[in-house]
Design a protein around this ligand. Structure first.
Ligand code: NAD
Length: 439
């Protein structure tokens, strides 16, 4: 269902009218295409206080291939290293660095503030670092013109573990991700031979890949070099085979809730799996008072039960290779809750619980990371079925005043899936344009 308002407000009369009426003015987001492979301008590198990263951030920024400078008239990205900010007074440095330049940020620009994980033994440092979260989330809500703002927490010492994340956040791939806090570990990234095909020689399996977000995830993983196995229910067989053929991958028609689903997956990947994307999901909305037990059970089983079961089985059997990446699909409904979705929101909140609990253990025991994407309003068949007024509210009630596209979720998944994203573990990243729901 096309977003006519987005189109209209981008025309000259539309701009005039929406401005006069004080209506939202969504910018046309700059996503990754062969013509727009990177941001349109230099990166401005600023430091507030003494960096806790030594001299390591500059080379990592330079490795993105973009021009890095300490001064720019119209930067496409601004990176503020605030890892050294340890007191309330020190926060003035953040204001002093950003205040003079924030207005000059290019359309669809990026702001990334680097901080450190909150300290348990220094409450002044913890307060100053936590302050950065409120700062960035507010900045995301006010910068406008398609620009985004994020807080990236890194362990003091080296910026090297942050390379894949900075490449993602400072690129058109993260167009619909804003107001997020990502906390990295100090794990050393696996090397990447070619950043244009970072998933080369990797085998990925995507559930629910016949359409919507799953189809886009499969396509982006294939674009980034992975060999992709597309899984979906047997009823979707035709769409699934077409999808798999287009990507040069293979199709696995299978209901993920089947008792032997994990065994069938293991049989389909004799050399193991490097990337496992749990994307299949369903809704069966009703208010709790009207919800029969089977609607409750179906949603919990597809969205959560099968994810827990197949993850456990594929880890235990060693089907997920060392260095593997597991990505699960939550939802902002699992964070904020939603009228008529007690079953769905419970299942998606459960995914968040699974990711946070399992991630440290799989990293230690299997060298595997586990993360979740939490989409907001994404333009798919699922959301096209939503009644008009609720759909319009979903589209506009976020900092970017528009719905996301399946590719936005796919790009985030592909970042988690990269070999260089070893330090990204146990994270739940919302792909929601900084939705007001649960913000
Ligand atoms: P969709 O309905 O368009 O696609 C889901 C796919 O999953 C379908 O192809 C379906 O056949 C498949 N599937 C369902 N049950 C399955 C099963 N038992 N075994 C195998 N495959 C199964 O949905 P979508 O909008 O693309 O959503 C994809 C994921 O993103 C879901 O987990 C959904 O909950 C989540 N999500 C979507 C949105 C959104 O705005 N569209 C928002 C938040 C979260």
């Amino acid at each position: 269902m096309a977003d006519r308002y987005l189109h209209f407000s981008g025309t000259a009369p539309g701009r005039f009218l929406t401005r006069r009426l004080g209506l939202p003015q969504p910018a046309r987001l700059r996503r990754l295409t062969p013509r727009t492979p990177s941001l349109d301008g230099p990166l401005l590198h600023l430091t507030a206080g003494d960096s806790a990263l030594g001299d390591t951030l500059g080379p990592v920024l330079a490795a993105t291939g973009q021009e890095v400078t300490g001064r720019a008239d119209r930067p496409a990205g601004i990176v503020v290293d605030a890892t050294g900010v340890a007191t309330a007074a020190g926060l003035a440095e953040v204001h002093a660095r950003l205040h003079p330049v924030v207005r000059s940020l290019a359309v669809c620009g990026r702001i990334v503030v680097l901080g450190t994980p909150p300290s348990a033994d220094d409450h002044h440092r913890a307060a100053a670092q936590q302050a950065l979260e409120g700062f960035v989330r507010s900045l995301g809500k006010e910068i406008g013109r398609g620009a985004t703002a994020q807080l990236l927490r890194v362990v003091p010492g080296s910026a090297a573990p942050a390379e894949s994340t900075l490449r993602f956040l400072l690129s058109p791939r993260s167009a619909y991700v804003s107001g997020q806090v990502v906390e990295l570990t100090d794990a050393t990234p696996d090397p990447v031979a070619d950043w244009t095909a970072p998933l080369a020689a990797r085998t990925a399996l995507v559930t629910g890949a016949a359409r919507g977000i799953g189809a886009s995830v499969a396509a982006v993983l294939a674009r980034d070099g992975a060999r992709v196995i597309c899984l979906d229910v047997p009823q979707a067989g035709e769409e699934l085979s077409r999808m798999a053929d287009e990507l040069g991958g293979s199709a696995l028609p299978l209901d993920i809730t089947a008792p032997d689903a994990a065994q069938q997956i293991a049989d389909a990947v004799p050399d193991g799996l490097d990337i496992l994307v749990h994307n299949a999901g369903i809704t069966r909305d009703r208010r709790l008072a009207n919800m029969p037990a089977e609607r409750w059970a179906q949603v919990i089983e597809v969205n959560l039960g099968s994810v827990l079961r197949t993850t456990d089985a594929l880890l235990t059997s060693g089907t997920v290779n060392r260095g593997g990446r597991i990505v699960a699909t939550a939802s902002i409904a699992g964070i904020a809750g939603n009228n008529g979705q007690t079953n769905y929101a419970a299942s998606k909140a459960g995914i968040i619980g699974l990711v946070r609990s399992l991630a440290p253990r799989t990293a230690a025991d299997h060298g595997v990371t586990v993360n979740a994407v939490a989409p907001g309003f994404i333009e798919t068949k699922m959301t096209a079925a939503v009644p008009f007024f609720i759909r319009e509210a979903g589209r506009r009630m976020n900092s970017l005043s528009q719905g996301g596209l399946p590719i936005d979720v796919a790009e985030t998944t592909a970042w988690f899936a990269q070999p260089a994203s070893t330090a990204v573990n146990g994270q739940v990243v919302r792909v929601c344009g900084q939705s007001l729901l649960g913000a």
